[in-house]
Design a binder for this molecule. Structure first.
Ligand code: AMP
Ligand code: MG
Length: 527
């Protein structure tokens, strides 16, 4: 079938970068090319199970378009849109700190780019079959991980966190074999395809690949292309522009990390191939949301030993990844100093930005070292007994300059946040009293009214996040063919900062059953 869904489709944009000359789809090492042409493998019986009207609108698609046969054909990979040449990108990366060589889009296929209201959007389907980069894997994705990616990309966007978006979720009708916990228990699962949408899917690893191949000509082309289309404010390519480019990537990455720390998001696999050159959250795999505030927590069981990608380590890992990007860009600049300086700058900016962000969560305007102390004491106190991050910060707005301190009542506002209220005794209780006392004193120094502070706090402390068990519940229902919960949670997370009285049930601590459950607190890279 010829697809003519988009009038604004563009196949020339990324094609300004060098392509792999071979056209056949077999697994290989690719040289001197940014991508390889490859068509999706048509699934046997595709059906659309979720679609984002909002992302559709960004692309100029009407609701009717989203429900059309052409839409399903295109985003299930059944047919290729007229005038386009889908491709998979070549990139490498450091996985868990080790250089892994060529990785590439092993199961993601860029269908095309559309331009809408002067914004370019790349459309990429994930799970539509083998590409030259599939290595030993099958090019497919399962329903469970596709739901997680679909829900979380949109939830993050609405939380104000830079991220790739999700347009659609399609069931392929094919079965996919996976060993979820890598323990020899393989089973068939439903296959699915998510369409991701982003101005670009270029990663740190795209630059690293050319650098590793000492292909400086293409490295330069890739940098020039990225600057021209995505950092046009940096002007014409030059040594200075490459340095400014690196600085801009550092700034965007830092901004993204601060957001992650603000909302309690743990990416789980911050390999350099999973770092967007635009500072977007990308590749939702074994990610998770902090429930009890534990900086050592990672949802990724594959990383259980070293916990490299634990919540509290994300800022340092981002810096490490940026240093790898600096190494990759070095041949374009041939001076170490500017890179070192920018990376040093990350450390100083990080701590300033972190304390500003935490102050904002507390509803105070950062003043001096005594605020640093207040924040650090809070971070320590939160860990004394399991305390739910989201509930704690959201309920903190219940304190005001009018709150009268009294030992036995003062924790009432935040009591819902404690997983084990019986542990609130002795030193733990004293620490909490002491912190609240300081916080109440500190609030009195603020110039804004209680009301204004409350409303500011509610704009940065979400009421609803995609708790790990929520995604898991939606998955379990979807696996039975019921998509109501998927749709309910999707809707809920469109307005994460708003009070939604009918949805109060999602503003509760993680239920006990989810504490050690596969899919809720334990996730692997198997997807
Ligand atoms: P990830 O851990 O999802 O970031 O993936 C790391 C690399 O493995 C990337 O190059 C992916 O494209 C590739 N990959 C992951 N899963 C599959 C799969 N099922 N088929 C082909 N390639 C895959
Ligand atoms: Mg990846």
């Amino acid at each position: 079938m010829a697809i003519n869904l988009f009038k604004n489709i563009n196949d020339t944009f990324s094609l300004s970068l060098p392509a792999d000359e071979k056209l056949e789809n077999h697994i290989r090492q690719v040289r001197k090319a940014a991508y390889s042409f490859v068509n999706p493998t048509p699934p046997s019986n595709p059906s659309l199970i979720a679609v984002s009207k909002e992302v559709g609108q960004l692309l100029g698609l009407s609701e009717e378009d989203l429900q059309s046969d052409a839409f399903l054909e295109m985003f299930s990979g059944s047919s290729v849109h007229t005038g386009t040449k889908p491709y998979a990108m070549c990139y490498g990366g450091h996985q868990f700190g080790q250089w892994a060589g060529q990785l590439g889009d092993g199961r993601a296929i860029n269908l095309a780019e559309v331009v809408q209201n002067d914004q370019r959007w790349a459309l990429q389907i994930k799970g539509a079959g083998l590409t030259p980069y599939s290595r030993s894997a099958d090019g497919l994705a399962v329903l469970r991980s596709s739901i997680r990616e679909y829900l979380c990309s949109e939830a993050m966007h609405h939380l104000g966190v830079p991220t790739t978006r999700a347009l659609s979720l399609v069931l392929t009708g094919d079965e996919v074999l996976r060993d979820i916990m890598y323990d020899g228990n393989s089973a068939y699962e439903k296959g699915a395809i998510v369409c991701r949408v982003s101005p670009s899917f270029v990663r740190f690893g795209n630059f690293q690949m050319f650098a590793a191949q000492r292909d400086h000509e293409n490295l330069r082309k890739l940098a020039d292309y990225t600057i021209q289309y995505f950092y046009p404010e940096l002007g014409t390519p030059s040594k200075d522009a490459y340095i400014a480019f690196f600085k801009a990537v550092v700034e965007r990455t830092l901004a993204m990390i601060i957001h992650w720390q603000r909302v309690g998001f743990v990416h789980g696999v911050m390999n350099t191939d999973n770092m967007s050159i635009l500072g977007l959250t990308i590749d939702y795999g074994p990610y998770g949301w902090l429930e009890d505030y534990d900086p050592n927590w990672t949802p990724n069981t594959t990383d259980r030993q070293t916990r490299r990608y634990r919540f509290g380590h994300q800022p340092q890992v981002a810096l490490w990844n940026l240093a790898q990007l600096a190494n990759a860009l070095y041949p374009l600049v041939e001076e170490q100093e500017p890179f070192v300086e920018i990376l040093e700058g990350y450390k100083t900016s990080y701590s300033g930005r972190y304390y500003d962000m935490m102050s904002a969560k507390l509803g105070i305007e950062f003043q001096d070292a005594s605020d640093i102390k207040l924040i650090q004491e809070l971070v320590d106190t939160l860990q004394l007994t399991e305390t739910d991050m989201t509930i704690f910060f959201r309920r903190l707005t219940d304190y005001s300059t009018a709150t009268i301190y009294s030992d036995d009542k003062v924790l009432d506002h935040i009591k819902e946040a404690f997983y084990a209220p019986q542990e609130l005794q002795g030193d733990v209780l004293e620490s909490w009293y002491s912190w609240i006392k300081k916080y109440l004193d500190r609030l009195k120094m603020e110039k804004v009214s209680d009301e204004e502070r409350r409303s500011n706090m509610n704009m940065i402390n979400p009421k609803y996040v995609l708790r790990n068990y929520m995604a898991q519940l939606a998955i379990e229902k979807a696996e039975e063919g019921n998509y109501d919960l998927l749709s309910e949670i999707y809707q809920l997370l469109l307005n994460p900062y708003e009070e939604q009285p009918e949805n109060e049930k999602w503003f509760t601590r993680r239920p006990d059953w989810a504490r050690h459950k596969v899919g809720s607190s334990m996730l692997s890279c198997s997807s």
